[in-house]
Design a protein around this ligand. Structure first.
Ligand SMILES: NC(=O)c1ccc[n+]([C@@H]2O[C@H](COP(=O)([O-])OP(=O)(O)OC[C@H]3O[C@@H](n4cnc5c(N)ncnc54)[C@H](OP(=O)(O)O)[C@@H]3O)[C@@H](O)[C@H]2O)c1
Length: 278
């Protein structure tokens, strides 16, 4: 990873934080997209300690807001001459239906739209830097989910798990459609399930969900173990040519039938572009 630049969302905690530490130790320069100044500065300080010769940096944005997603992507595209790896990893589960300032359901906005908008904002830079990689953190929770294009914002039928599992299905559909559109450009896109990992995930969900996830975490794997597939996809020469795949435990696996629906992938892309105003 020497000489490579890695841009990451959700690099200030959990799986993402471990992944950036390891990638920095392999020689990568890290560009964090963080929402919270003190958490961003703390991760940056850690990176500077681990790999002091590299000019790691941080940009701030609330990735639940479309104007913020666009602004931070434009800022990075304007300041980074090359991007070798983009990792879309920031995500969360919300216990109740909340709307962002853009009128989108929060889970959909943060877990899917931020991946879409940040990647679109950096696409030209990624293409100019080819070979380059996009990695999207999805989840095994996508299994069982189906998208309802008549109700993408879950107005009719909200549950925290439904919103989360649909957003993680979106991650796979987005990965496959991006890979199809960028085929032959030297920019690959893959996604992954990290396993069930003991991170801060669920802490902010609220109510019973936080308590349930808190208990379940007693049986979860460590963030070090959970980051393995992310680091593998970002750095291994084995996957330099692989694109459009879903990985678990550093191996490609078949996602659900709904995640293999190319028509849904195309439609999701069109809807997302319209919502983002592209
Ligand atoms: N943990 C699991 O078992 C598991 C399983 C499958 C998939 N995943 C996926 O793995 C990814 C990483 O989750 P994690 O488990 O490492 O959880 P985590 O420890 O809670 O980390 C979440 C990251 O997302 C950032 N983030 C949250 N909301 C944001 C916002 N509005 N704007 C910008 N950044 C925001 C957080 O920033 P702060 O540091 O400021 O909070 C943090 O860096 C997520 O996409 C999640 O869906 C997790």
């Amino acid at each position: 990873m020497k000489g490579k630049t890695v841009v990451i969302t959700g690099g200030t905690s959990g799986i993402g934080e471990i992944a950036v530490e390891q990638l920095a130790q392999m020689g990568a320069r890290i560009v964090l997209i963080a929402r919270d100044k003190s958490r961003g500065e703390a991760t940056l300080a850690q990176l500077r300690e681990r790999a002091p010769s590299l000019a790691h940096t941080v940009h701030y944005a609330d990735l639940a807001r479309i104007p913020e997603m666009k602004r931070v992507a434009a800022q990075i595209a304007g300041s980074e001459p090359r991007i070798d790896v983009l990792i879309n990893n920031a995500g969360a589960m919300f216990g109740s239906r909340q709307l962002t300032g853009d009128g989108l359901e929060y889970t959909f906005a943060l877990n899917h739209m931020a991946y879409f908008v940040v990647t679109e904002g950096l696409r030209e830079r990624l293409q100019a830097s080819a070979p380059a990689r996009v990695i999207n953190t999805s989840s095994g929770a996508h299994r069982g989910a189906r998208l309802d294009f008549e109700d993408l914002q879950l107005v009719k039928d909200f549950s925290a798990m439904k919103a989360y599992s649909r957003s993680k299905l979106c991650n796979i559909l987005f990965t496959r459609e991006f890979a199809r559109r960028l085929h032959g450009t030297g920019v690959t896109a893959n996604c992954l399930h990290p396993g069930f990992v003991a991170t801060r995930f669920g802490d902010q969900s609220g109510g019973l969900i936080s308590r349930f996830i808190g208990l379940a975490k007693l049986f979860a794997i460590s963030p070090e173990k959970g980051a393995e597939t992310l680091v593998y996809l970002a750095s291994s020469p084995d996957v330099a040519e692989t694109t459009g795949a879903y990985f678990y435990k550093c191996r490609p696996v078949t996602p659900s039938q709904a995640a293999l629906d190319d028509r849904a992938a195309m439609l999701l892309w069109e809807r997302s572009a319209a919502l983002a105003g592209f």
